[in-house]
Design a protein around this ligand. Sequence first.
Ligand code: SAM
Length: 337
Amino acid sequence: MIDSSLKKYCLIFLMLNLCGYIFYCFRKIYASPRGLAISQPKIAAAGLDLLLALSYILKMNRDLKTIDGFGEEWEKFDQSALDSKEHHLLFEKYFSIFPWHLLPQDAVGFDLGCGSGRWAQLVAPRVKKLYCIDPAEKALKVAKKSLSHHKNVEFCLASVDDFPLSPNSMNFGYSLGVLHHIPDTLEGLKSCVEKLKPGAPFLVYLYYALDNRPWWFRLLFKTSNLLRLLFSHLPQAFKGPLCQAIALFIYFPLARTAYRAEKIGLNVHHFPLTFYRDKSFYVMQTDALDRFGTRLEKRFTRQQIQILLEQAGLEKITFKESEPFWCAVGFKKAIFI
Ligand SMILES: C[S@@+](CC[C@H](N)C(=O)[O-])C[C@H]1O[C@@H](n2cnc3c(N)ncnc32)[C@H](O)[C@@H]1O
């Protein structure tokens, strides 16, 4: 396994080093009659360390608390109880626009933010090699277990800002439900696109801004978002049960009502949580925790996603016209400057 935690240790080392230098400088300044003059080289070295540490911190495109939360989520819902038929149906909902037929026989690609590895399980048999990348140690542990019989999968404990694949080396990539949980989505997309060979496809799913919904739907969402802001900041011991209560008392009844309404011929397109009408309670439990337990979440309109993907260096972008919104695929421009 490629482990990027080395960088974390370097950062800690730099910080300790810096503290040591600051302590040293203060001692010199106050102990020496010549004061600052004698300490200048050490001060300069400390300044350099500070700059290095700061530039590393500023470059980090990750939210550590959000990542921790996901580790807990995948540990609790490792997807082992997901019914195989439902697993395949869900997979198709995201991957139906993916151009499998354009991949070479010996395709090598990556799953950025693989979580439990639920999509990788169905991608791995179709490709030569798949890199599963996630910065949450607990999530990667779950992914390793669920993918243990796939010998063509390599795991990588890393974030989108430092995953160690060479530029222009991948035949494909995908990142589902990840890049709206990081501080800078455009930078995250750019990091992914950088790893692709020119012309290679990249599939992405980013939360939608409910741009294709009526005003009252958006109002409902804004109200429910207050709960997310509250719940996601609670300790896991409270967050987990509260999100499960939401799955039981909100997701389940609404989803099953939408199911029945559809059965009697009503249009349920704008019915809240209609996506879950034919999903199991397990999927609702997973998604309720994902939706209400996550601190950092961003939403984008279809137009914003189009622009982001173009700015990241993709072209020939296609959107999936049905839920989950918005799922899109694009190809790395042959010449991207
Ligand atoms: C909603 S989950 C989606 C998991 C998986 N893609 C799926 O659809 O089942 C988001 C995942 O993104 C990962 N993640 C969060 N921040 C990340 C970052 N900076 N770089 C890469 N992955 C990140 C989390 O650890 C988590 O496993």
